[in-house]
Design a protein around this ligand. Structure first.
Ligand code: MN
Length: 216
């Protein structure tokens, strides 16, 4: 099969394939990493218009922030290299990555050397989200326009995810933009001013030091 046919198959994949953890599991070895394998996903939550969100700072080959929204029983995920901004004038690149299991929202620790995404992960922010649009979240994803109200500790208010270029079913380029509301603030930048985990207070730098100690 040539690559064009393969890409076409990806594009034509039924909607059912959304929310699958197959890709997530294929990329990881759960006897080597402490990341959760995830239970069999429940499709029951698909119609819910709210859920948990988490932003994990992840120092892999390149530093980034994984922004995840619980949709249809899994965490739909974007990798945002620069993290979220509170300034509505700033558009942040967000690359959609594979769905993660719900349990991942609680994951903080070190992905071992040689494993997929090796490096430290902290729970930089988390809380709940609400869908602002009238359409269900799955429709919003399909249309490439997701608008949510975030209620976290560092990040609050409306955020829009706008798809700019589809690549495959799992990977596409989006922009993450702060919507104009009372929580918009061009002067504050929690990515720089509040680096600590909301779960444990630890920072990526702390975990990096721990990794170096373990090497010795
Ligand atoms: Mn990541």
């Amino acid at each position: 099969m040539n690559i064009k046919v393969l890409l076409l198959l990806f594009v034509l994949m039924p909607e059912d394939s959304m929310g699958s953890l197959k890709t997530y599991r294929k990329k990881r070895r759960f006897d080597k990493t402490t990341e959760p394998a995830g239970r069999k996903e429940k499709k029951t939550a698909a119609k819910k218009n709210e859920g948990t969100f988490v932003i994990q700072q992840h120092a892999a080959r390149a530093m980034h922030y994984d922004v995840r929204l619980e949709i249809g029983g899994v965490l739909v995920s974007w990798a945002v290299p620069k993290g979220p901004s509170l300034n509505p004038a700033i558009k942040r690149l967000a690359v959609m990555t594979e769905d993660h299991p719900k349990e991942y929202a609680n994951f903080e620790g070190i992905i071992p050397e040689g494993q997929y995404g090796a490096g430290p992960v902290i729970i930089w922010d988390r809380g709940t989200y609400k869908n602002i649009r009238d359409e269900p979240m799955k429709t919003c994803l399909k249309e490439g326009r997701v608008e949510v109200l975030l209620k976290g500790k560092k990040v609050q208010g409306g955020y829009a995810f706008i798809r700019t270029a589809p690549v495959t079913e799992e990977k596409s380029r989006w922009l993450l933009i702060k919507m104009r509301d009372d929580y918009a603030d061009a002067r504050r930048n929690p990515v720089a001013s509040a680096p600590e985990s909301v779960k444990t207070g630890t920072t990526i730098q702390d975990l990096k030091k721990k990794m170096k100690k373990n090497e010795k």
